[in-house]
Design a protein around this ligand. Structure first.
Ligand code: SF4
Length: 454
């Protein structure tokens, strides 16, 4: 789906800023981009607070945020930097934002910012506690399906796509083909990194709109014990290749009862930065799937420890971090069910979230709009936020019974590809965690948001 003539005219005007992004001097570029943002937002003032915050943080030349932004000029290929900015800011956020607002009114449902897609259930590794490992190697979404989904999404303003899996790079030829076919969309991928080689890096440099987030469990022993011997070295090799090609990448970290201290350590943060990662996503282990052990779940105290560590490093380390559960306060709780995102599994089922394997709509039989309007996503839209304390965002992990109610009320089925999991059984596995986290989360919330409801 291409931009309309009006959008192209707007994009052309917005592209003046790309000249600044392309400039050689980052200080000059930062100042000009901020001046441009001030003018652009002058009338509406919708991001006035954010502009002020960015100006303050980037004004400190010794600060971590200044160092991170500057590194995009020293470490990243200029044409990739430009395309990434264009797709994130202009296409996905500004132009896409308008289309999304119109679509929301027209169709009366949530319109997401991004869609997570499993192009395949196949994976070349077999990680402990990963549902993908149990799914087998037999399901793939065709190129035509993926292309149609991207086109339908572009129509309603969605320009961001994030691959999960399985190991998405098992399908790297189709992934590159999709990047080429949709240069105005941004593609990202969670990956174990072991399939990144020189040829793939050359392809990434050519298409410019693909950014990987490599999964790591800590240092060599922890990574290899969960993902298999030799994985850590393969990951470091992939990061070296990306660094040498001046390609942006991030890290995806799943913290568990066993590795949370390492993942939350300064040494580990410094390692990610040294490797060249520009962002890190943190997830906590969830016992998804029949037979998944609950023993790997973090305790309430361990989750609070990660809350503190990540916030601390956010003030000092030049890497952008996002903690999928503990950052619920920045997005008013749960973002699933199409509110900001939803997930399509390798069978084409539209699931509310990558962690919630229940669905009432398959995208091989229904359009994207039909999936967004279907009962399960409507239940999500009706029920969000699940708690006024946004540190308890999740209908599975933090709010007992909330997920089961939505699944029952919408008549959704388990979409687990290996063994169907009863939603009441799944919720029962998380009940203690929800009970234990509530007092800890409430105490943090009261300290950080005095007077806000609980
Ligand atoms: S359902 Fe839970 S895991 Fe998924 S986005 Fe919502 S809060 Fe996060």
């Amino acid at each position: 789906m291409k931009n309309t003539l009006k959008e192209n005219a707007e994009a052309l005007a917005l592209r003046t800023v790309l000249g600044y992004i392309n400039g050689k001097d980052p200080d000059d570029a930062i100042e000009k981009v901020l001046e441009w943002a001030d003018k652009f937002d002058e009338k509406e003032g919708t991001v006035a607070k954010q502009r002020e915050l960015i100006r303050r943080e980037l004004g400190n030349k010794d600060g971590n945020w200044y160092k991170l932004v500057k590194s995009f000029w020293t470490d990243i290929d200029p044409s990739v930097r430009q395309r990434t900015f264009e797709n994130f800011i202009i296409n996905a956020t500004i132009l896409g934002g308008r289309r999304k607002a119109e679509a929301r009114k027209k169709y009366g449902c949530n319109i997401p910012w991004t869609i997570l897609i499993d192009p395949t259930s196949a994976c070349n590794l077999h990680c402990i506690g990963c549902w993908a490992a149990e799914y087998g190697n037999h399901l793939n979404l065709s190129y035509e399906f993926l292309d149609s989904l991207v086109n339908q999404a572009n129509e309603i303003g969605v320009r961001m796509f994030l691959y999960t899996g399985g190991e998405p790079l098992v399908r790297k030829a189709d992934i590159i083909r999709l990047c080429e076919a949709h240069p105005d969309s941004q593609f990202m991928s969670f990956t174990n990194g072991t399939l990144i080689d020189e040829k793939f890096a050359e392809d990434m440099l050519r298409v410019k709109n693909f950014v990987p987030a490599i999964s790591v469990e800590g240092f060599e022993e922890a990574t290899d014990s969960r993902r298999g011997k030799g994985t850590y070295k393969a990951v470091e090799n992939a990061m070296r290749i990306l660094r040498e090609h001046k390609l942006p990448f991030g890290v995806s970290c799943c913290y568990t009862h066993e590795n949370y201290k390492v993942i939350g350590s300064e040494e580990y943060f410094d390692w990610m930065i040294e490797q060249g990662a520009k962002f890190a996503w943190f997830f906590t282990y969830m016992p998804i799937g029949v037979g998944s052990p609950t023993s790997l779940m973090v305790s309430a105290e361990e989750r609070a420890y990660m809350y503190d560590r990540i916030r601390e490093y956010r003030k000092t380390k030049p890497i952008f971090t996002m903690d999928f559960w503990n950052d619920g306060e920045y997005v008013k709780g749960c973002i699933a069910g199409g509110r900001y995102y939803f997930h399509v599994n390798a069978n084409g089922d539209a699931e509310p979230c990558a962690f919630i394997h229940y669905s009432d709509t398959n995208l091989k039989e229904h359009s994207l709009i039909e999936a967004l309007q279907a009962p399960l996503f409507s239940e999500y839209a009706k029920s969000q936020p699940f708690s006024p304390n946004y540190l308890r965002p999740c209908p599975l992990l933090d709010n007992k019974g909330a997920l089961a109610k939505m699944v029952h009320d919408s008549d959704a089925d388990s979409t687990d590809l290996s063994a169907k999991e009863d939603v009441d059984d799944l919720c029962a596995k998380c009940a203690d965690a929800a009970d234990n986290w509530k007092p800890v989360a409430d105490s943090i919330w009261q300290k950080t948001h005095p007077g806000a409801p609980l």
